[in-house]
Design a protein around this ligand. Structure first.
Ligand SMILES: [Zn+2]
Length: 259
């Protein structure tokens, strides 16, 4: 999702001069990028980076509800109170809604701002061995939480966590240090993300028909597609995160959530 958004922003903004910049967050309310050229837009994990000449990067993060919409310039009134950032050139208008992070940083300091992120599953410098090393660094941590921690590896959201664990037959509550073949698990997650990066919906079953897209994600109480056992749903992880998970207790035996 983020990878695709970055590409759309890149197509609309890169190589063009900004004719409008409107930061609707208090800290940057007076910042103005008008007249500067966007060099590129890229994703790093779930972070979006829009690089602008003059060593500036607009760093945004979608968090739970954020989105970007791109349309022809001047095509829409911009009165929605959910708007956090507007960037436009003579041809295109990019509007960020409900963004979890909006900040302006030095491009040369991006590493410092984002350096805590683990290897990016869709990045050019993806490093499976490093991701596995980070995952097992806290061996008691439930694997469902560890996979979502962007400091271990960057890019896995709730859906891909649940689907990867199902396909590997691993309970989300299994301690990370006890999960066999983590290298194969992260490779599977990378393949699922890669297969979906240009798609609007997210499909892990190979079947894009409505209601058939996933194995367990969003299917609480419905029969497992493999064994018929009702799919379970429970909260997992820190309260501030998107924390619900789904699993089949028969296909994914092992540790269970605390009652
Ligand atoms: Zn099952």
């Amino acid at each position: 999702m983020v990878w695709r958004t970055a590409r759309q922003l890149h197509d609309a903004l890169a190589g063009r001069v900004l004719t409008r910049s409107d930061f609707r967050v208090p800290r940057y309310a007076t910042s103005d990028l008008t007249g500067r050229t966007v060099s590129e837009a890229a994703s790093r994990g779930k972070h979006l980076l829009i690089r602008v000449d003059g060593d500036l990067t607009v760093h945004t993060h979608l968090r739970m509800d954020g989105s970007w919409r791109i349309s022809a310039a001047n095509s829409r009134p911009l009165t929605d109170h959910k708007i956090r950032l507007v960037l436009a050139n003579t041809q295109w208008l990019a509007v960020g809604y409900q963004l979890g992070i909006v900040e302006l940083i030095r491009t040369s300091a991006e590493e410092r701002a984002l350096g805590h992120l683990g290897p990016d599953l869709l990045g050019p410098d993806w490093d499976a061995a490093e991701a596995v090393r980070r995952l097992v660094a806290e061996p008691q941590r439930p694997i469902g939480e560890a996979l979502m921690d962007q400091t271990n590896l960057a890019g896995i959201g709730n859906l891909y966590k649940a689907e990867t664990l199902f396909l590997r037959g691993i309970s989300p509550w299994q301690p990370a240090g006890e999960v066999p073949k983590l290298d194969e698990m992260v490779e599977l997650a990378r393949q699922l993300l890669d297969a979906n990066k240009e798609r609007i919906g997210q499909v892990t079953t190979g079947n894009p028909a409505r209601g058939q897209e996933t194995w367990v994600y969003g299917r609480a109480g419905r029969p497992c597609r493999r064994c018929g056992t009702p799919v379970r749903r429970a909260n997992q992880g820190q309260p501030t995160q998107d924390r619900v998970t789904f699993w089949c207790p028969r296909c994914q035996p092992g540790a269970l959530p605390m009652a």
